[in-house]
Design a protein around this ligand. Structure first.
Ligand code: AHG
Ligand code: MN
Ligand code: MN
Ligand code: MN
Length: 327
């Protein structure tokens, strides 16, 4: 019956954030507010995604982003929703986004935080009613509060993240985040408009039997990746590839598995972006006992050099990523 799962008071996201505030690196309440702002924007985007097929907001927007991709209407809408929520919230000095070529300076020089975000991940899946997501990383600015935001503020390595998370708009919508003390997952209950704690202290299995890679590019994979995928096949592993990074990552987080986006002829540095896709999921993976590399090096230790930099990405169960990265 419906009430079988008892949800004690304190299990909704707002209360969880409040209760855990003292665990934050800088317990001033501003980071808590910022996470709530992101969660709120996620509700708005969730509503738009749910109605996308009815409300004429699917399809291409008619412009190309800095990535050279055709923007979808929902890429643009989600970018606006998150940017606006963060602007109104007042805790963020600047945003970098997949959909904006340059830094978005929110002209709130007294704010302490920087956001890197992929407002809508998997946007090619919207029109076919497949799961999509939002990915975010939170940093503290390094230049003095009150001064203009600098490139150094936004180009920090993943190890400097104070929090990271994603929203998965799937068969259920989930908000998953970490502040560096483990990973917790909340499932959105639409009739209450609340995210409820459903996945406490998530841990990724050390090993798994799922590999996720777009094998369409396999003719130009590095030899080491081809060798690893052959091993997966020899062992009878399952191939699963949704084509929305967040959804592929989330499944592997729960079930164990590896996600690889290697360098290919089409994407010589891989396709995924260090600042607002890889670092965030790397932090969550590590916090859950997993691992993330670019095939050689730990993702979070890469010193970024540009906003939209791409890197090969290997993420998931610790032993699988370690084995795939050796070659
Ligand atoms: P985005 O929609 O934010 O541009 O990200 C797309 C990414 C990611 O979600 C997905 O895993 C990957 O692109 C799929 O790429 P391929 O179609 O090349 O496999
Ligand atoms: Mn895109
Ligand atoms: Mn993406
Ligand atoms: Mn995107």
């Amino acid at each position: 019956e419906n009430s079988r799962i008892a949800l004690p008071i304190g299990s909704n996201l707002d209360r969880f954030i409040m209760k855990n505030q003292e665990a934050f690196p800088f317990a001033s309440g501003e980071l808590s507010q910022l996470i709530r702002d992101l969660a709120y924007a996620g509700k708005v985007v969730n509503r738009e995604i749910n109605r996308a097929g009815l409300a004429d907001i699917t399809g291409a927007y008619g412009a190309e982003n800095v990535q050279g991709e055709a923007q979808q209407n929902l890429d643009v809408a989600a970018n606006i929703r998150f940017t606006r929520a963060l602007q109104k919230g007042g805790e963020v000095a600047a945003i970098i986004s997949e959909e904006n070529e340059d830094i978005i300076d929110l002209k709130t020089p007294n704010a302490k935080y920087i956001i890197a975000m992929d407002p809508l991940d998997g946007s090619s899946n919207i029109d076919v009613n497949v799961s999509v997501g939002t990915i975010f990383s939170i940093y503290r600015r390094v230049s003095p509060v009150g001064s203009p935001v600098t490139m150094e503020d936004v180009l920090q390595p993943g190890t400097a993240q104070v929090a990271a998370g994603y929203i998965l708009y799937g068969s259920s919508t989930m908000f998953v985040y970490t502040t560096g003390k483990g990973v917790n997952g909340f499932t959105y209950e639409p009739s209450l408009g609340e995210y409820l704690l459903s996945h406490q202290d998530m841990k990724m299995p050390k090993d798994g039997t799922i590999y996720s890679v777009n094998e369409g590019g396999s003719k130009s994979f590095p030899q080491s990746v081809t060798d690893y995928i052959d091993k997966c096949k020899d062992r009878g592993y399952s191939a699963r590839y949704i084509g929305s990074l967040v959804a592929d990552f989330h499944r592997n987080l729960l079930k164990g598995g590896i996600y690889i986006y290697p360098s290919t002829a089409k994407a010589p540095n891989g396709k995924l972006r260090l600042m607002y896709e890889c670092n965030c999921l790397a932090m969550i993976a590590e916090q859950a006992g997993g691992l993330a590399t670019d095939g050689k090096q730990r993702i979070m230790e890469i010193q970024p050099t540009s906003l939209h930099q791409r890197v090969p990405f290997f993420v998931g169960s610790k032993n699988m990523v370690a084995e795939a990265s050796e070659g």
